[in-house]
Design a protein around this ligand. Sequence first.
Ligand SMILES: Cc1cc2nc3c(=O)[nH]c(=O)nc-3n(C[C@H](O)[C@H](O)[C@H](O)COP(=O)(O)OP(=O)(O)OC[C@H]3O[C@@H](n4cnc5c(N)ncnc54)[C@H](O)[C@@H]3O)c2cc1C
Length: 491
Amino acid sequence: MKTKNVIVIGAGIGGITAAVHLAKHGLKVTVIEKNDHPGGRCDRISREGHHFDTGPTLMVMPLLYEAEFAALGASMREMLDLQRVDPTYHLVFDDGSQLALTSDMKSLQEQLEKFEPGSFQGLLRYMNEGHRHYLLSIKNLVYPDFRKASDFFKIGNLPLLHQVKPLVKHFANMSNYFKDPRLKAAFTFQDVYMGLSPFEAPATFSMMPYTELAHGVWYPKGGMVQVVEALMSLSREAGVEFTFNKAVERIDINEKRAHGVVVDGQMLEADAILANADLPYVYQNLLPQDGQAKKLDRKRYSCSVISFFWGVDKVYDSLKPHTLFLASDYRENFDSIIRDLGLPDNPSLYIHAPVRLDPSMAPQGQDTLIAIVPVGHMSESGGQDWEAIRDQARNKVFRRLQTLGIHDLEEHIKFEMNFTPLSWQKRYNLAKGSTHGLCHNLMQLGYFRPDNQHPRYQNLYFAGASTRPGTGMPTAMISGRLAAQRIMDNL
Ligand SMILES: Cc1cc2nc3c(=O)[nH]c(=O)nc-3n(C[C@H](O)[C@H](O)[C@H](O)COP(=O)(O)OP(=O)(O)OC[C@H]3O[C@@H](n4cnc5c(N)ncnc54)[C@H](O)[C@@H]3O)c2cc1C
């Protein structure tokens, strides 16, 4: 009997993971990627001895990675040279106060008590809640493959309504644990990874600060791109074929099935197709227009970011591996990004200095710095002047760095590269230039997120950030596994 074949559109984390599962199952798998290398958003740019991870910089939820590597028959710890980043983040507030989030409980206690007497007890209670939210959410929202509505709407899931607080707003929930607004910010800013403001995110997301402190934030030696390298080595072993520098132009639909994909005007037939390219982009650009694309366009998208990549001729020791500047006008910050799709006057922002973790990321005595400023995603009208916004963002980063006594960075930048929402859209075909795809509000979470299988074209599947279970590296791996399992069950 002829071996069945699967075409995967896109070599992002979800696409490569799915390809390995499928090839190990004995299917013929071809991955078609528009760029000249794999990884998608988990990308790397190198210049003059400086290495920049342009997408993910934080390895969070290590237990999920471990399980996904194990599902691929591999050991994460053997494939990646991991070090724990502790303190995870160095937080810098507008008033100059600083907080190093560390798993060293004594140090954390001393720091917290200076912010607010009694707050360490609050943290312990908050971590307890985060622990519960983590366990229940992973089990009931992240891991399950919801093939039919009754897989989600069942009596057993009813207690989740109070157990993981989906109807309580995350920031409002913080009043149960802290009074100081800086501490409320310190343990909710992670919601932006889900594309959400803590003022609208469900309190379920206390699972993020919990896992960061309890399971750690990690760094693979060589950077996050090592995760891509590891998956690529597994895919080579499994016999996956890759075609780079070729964009799929459309998915050919034959009655109720996807017949194949069109590349360079040529039709490539497949028994099943797995689209790892951003799901809204696939509906809008690769499939016949049947109203679904418009529906998706009306869904809520996560924000975007403007990123600066600087090769610097000296080392700025006051910048730690992950430094976060958190604005005191925390709420207005999120409002102007998420509601007004703009750049806040005084943005919260993030600086990554990988040399602190891995000296090989810059020439000796020099620094590699990445500054990430969250901004709104691209608007319908296309009225945002991204060059002007980028220049404002750059000045705001320089101004912010003065809080740490850094006044001369501009003079020491050897070269700069930057990404705006337009770059995210162009490089990876991300709808609206939204870096995390569809956001994770209540109505786009778990079962409510687009399924891993097309509702009409039954042999068309999806894996990646805008489908289930959602954004992030380990979740992209889970998404790839869930989609691959469906294909294996149905072919
Ligand atoms: C700035 C930034 C920071 C992040 N930080 C973190 C972090 O610290 N930790 C974390 O866990 N996650 C982080 N993420 C999220 C994480 O990177 C993503 O959720 C994950 O990588 C998405 O993987 P994916 O499977 O959806 O594939 P994608 O990365 O979306 O890859 C899809 C691939 O499809 C290709 N493609 C698109 N259209 C076509 C076409 N027509 N034909 C062929 N190929 C096509 C694209 O070129 C791309 O390579 C970050 C993301 C960004 C952008």
